[in-house]
Design a protein around this ligand. Sequence first.
Ligand code: ATP
Ligand code: MG
Length: 145
Amino acid sequence: MTIERTLSIIKPHAVEKKIIGKIFDRLECAELTIIGCKMLQLTLCQAREFYAEHQDKIFFQNLIQCMISGPSLISVLEGENAIQSYRQLMGATNPIHAISGTIRADYADSLTENAIHGSDSSISSTREINFFFSCYELFSKKYQL
Ligand code: ATP
Ligand code: MG
């Protein structure tokens, strides 16, 4: 059993649509535990740094505009194989390709406004969790990093 942590962001357009509860319900039903949570409106600097790996992509400016357009709900999820398990719940990046019943298939508005972010590897999850949270803001009974 591999207990992992992953970073989730419910993107501003999804917060605006009032689907935080629906998304949290899905991940808690999938045995992921929310061990930290905060609402933040990302600054331009934060968004550009968080998504720095995409800075040369054609969609970068649109992505940044989407991410700073309103508050996001940022959380740390913990559970068995949490990184892959959450990515499966999320569905494909492009909602057109997302399997029916996944979060993106049900709630994405477009490829950029695709409802949620989830870490894609353990290296990313460590970086992304440390980007937003201190250890004092995480509450785990299972696993101490
Ligand atoms: P995320 O990192 O948000 O969890 P992901 O890992 O599935 O998503 P990435 O390739 O890391 O996808 O892209 C980051 C985000 O950039 C996507 O969630 C999406 O909002 C946006 N994006 C990715 N590819 C495109 C594209 N071709 N056109 C427009 N926006 C895109
Ligand atoms: Mg990604």
